[in-house]
Structure formats: C-alpha cells, structure tokens
Design a binder for this molecule. Structure first.
Ligand code: FE2
Length: 148
C-alpha cells in the first residue's frame, strides 16, 4: 500500500505551518488506508469530514499569517485555497451520493498539496523570511531630508 511520505523538501521553516502540513498528510494517509482496507462508508465519511475541516482551518490560518505580513499575493493564494476546498467538497458530495472513492482521488489530493506547498506556499514563506513588508517599506532617503 502506498504511504504518502512526508519529506524535507516541503518544509517551509515556519514551524506551526509545517506541523499543519504534516497533519494534512496524516489525514490523507488515514483516508487512503480507510479506502484501500475497505473500512466502510461511515469511516471514510468521517475521515473526509475531518480532513475538510482541517483543510479549512489550515487555509484560514495561512491566510491570516499572510495578511499579518501584508503579503501582496494573498488574493491569488486565497483563490488556490478556495478552488481546492471546492474540489474536496465535490469529492465529498460525490462520495455521499454513493459513488466510490478511488485511490486516484488521494493521489490528486497529495499531488495538489505537494505542488501547492512547493510552488505557492514557498513564496509567502520566502517573503516572511526575507522580512516581508518591512523589506518593501524600508526607509529610503528622501530628497528633502537633510536640506534645510
Ligand atoms: Fe497555501
């Protein structure tokens, strides 16, 4: 059985976010296990509910962090989050309507998460590590200063 392994290449260096990303992988592994081991509809339903709840909390915490740093690409980042959340809710609805959930769905989730962390989260993480807004608004010598 495939295990979605956590690896150092997706560490952002922001401890509480890294912890949440790791927890997301744990949820996805639990879901994968429940599907492949035939744990039954109720169990799968429960895990996907919890997974979606966790994703929503995680995204809102990330967005709060970006907002607190005046991160300029917050809007575009939020769109990616919203798109993925909608996708997960579609998957949930389809499952609740009686359709099977295949392991492919899990591959999609994990791929999305890895791509998002490596391609999008990394940008705000760099921004924060480089000093964020402070870097942009660093005092510049004005033409008037010094002349009296
Ligand atoms: Fe994100």
């Amino acid at each position: 059985m495939t295990k979605f392994e956590w690896d150092e290449s997706i560490v952002l260096g922001i401890q509480f976010i890294d912890k949440q990303h790791k927890a997301l992988f744990d949820w996805m592994n639990s879901l994968h296990e429940a599907i492949t081991e035939g744990d039954g509809k109720v169990k799968v339903e429960e895990i996907i509910n919890n997974l979606i709840k966790y994703v929503i909390v995680h995204f809102s915490e990330e967005e709060r962090l970006m907002l607190s740093w005046n991160y300029p690409a917050l809007g575009a980042h939020r769109k990616e989050h919203d798109h993925f959340t909608t996708k997960l809710q579609d998957i949930q609805s389809s499952f609740n309507a009686g359709n099977d959930m295949s392991a492919d769905v899990l591959v999609f989730m994990v791929d999305w998460l890895v791509c998002h962390i490596k391609g999008t989260d990394i940008d705000y993480s760099r921004f924060i590590h480089e000093g964020g807004e402070k870097r942009i608004t660093a005092p510049t010598v004005s033409a008037e200063s010094g002349s009296a």
